[in-house]
Design a protein around this ligand. Sequence first.
Ligand code: SAH
Ligand code: SF4
Length: 349
Amino acid sequence: MNLSELTLDREGLTAAIACEDAAFEAALREKAYQVKVATVGPEVYLRGLIEISNRCVKNCLYCGIRRDIRCQRYELSEEEVLTTAQMAAERHFGSVVIQGGERTDAAFIRKITRLLKAIKSIDTGADPPLGITLSLGEQPREVYEEWFDAGAHRYLLRIESSNPDLFRRIHPSDPMHAYDRRLQALYDLKAVGYQAGTGAMIGLPSQTAEDMADDLLFYKEFDAPMVGMGPYNPHPETPLTLSGAHYPSVQRRFSLGLKMIALLRLLMPDINIAAATALEILDPRGREMGLLSGANVIMPNITPREQMVKYNLYDRKTLNASDVQDLINKGISIGFGRWGDSKHFVSGI
Ligand code: SAH
Ligand code: SF4
């Protein structure tokens, strides 16, 4: 396939995703990088990732911290979260993401509310107060409102797959894991006023090129101001892995991960696109390659080390804590001390 033949409709996106020609993929990534620089600029925004807890009430079939997996559970104390956020402020990260398993108990909800207020009052010197993104799953709309009022302004909730059939195959079949519930939560987030980010896994068992094209069109239809999507990485003890279902090779998932970023940058030029951690698992240069393919956000993991190793969504023994200095050395320009909100959201396009 030739880049000049690419169209951004379902047919064109599907053909681009299915095409395994290395020259085409390289040209596509290069073009997406140029579009990124021309629209959102060359700067990369940082979100210090704090993995608050691996306790989860859900049982997603692909996830290494699902309810029924036996593993050592942890929950960071309020003090630990604050010390970590403080460190992000000192390093001028501009924003933090608080991510964790889904919990709906009142104690947890109140704890997040207190933390949001406390993080907002951290002294950041000349920088604006830290921006806060939450990624804590599906919650009742009132909870989203409570957290928004306490200071969170972005929320990440992946649709996981925009194909309801595929979504059903990778989740238990009960109301708690229903596709419609997920979708409703995304619309609730938007209605409350969050910059609602979404995304899907790439390279899932039985996922087709059409499914992935539809994921891209879903982000467009939802008008997502930010997207964080990444390759599926099997965890050895999950039902999805143990079922023996076939999924693409490491190399293929990696190139699909980069290609999806590049195609999305062409489809939605002014949104924030994260170079997902899952890319780094597949290739040590994953994050940098993601940035060169059109991504403009990275989420260096700043969770205290001894807990980080327990947050095993997938097997990530190979993951090194992101080294921002390494990116600077490679000439990548970082938007220190800034929230780095999506241009798309700010301009309301
Ligand atoms: N509980 C929250 C946030 C933590 S999970 C939620 O589910 O939204 C964050 C993301 O990790 C999920 O959205 C999912 O896309 C991703 N994830 C989980 N298991 C994975 C796996 N095996 N490979 C790749 N990504 C995975
Ligand atoms: Fe829980 Fe999120 Fe994992 Fe699902 S993907 S089991 S909600 S942590």
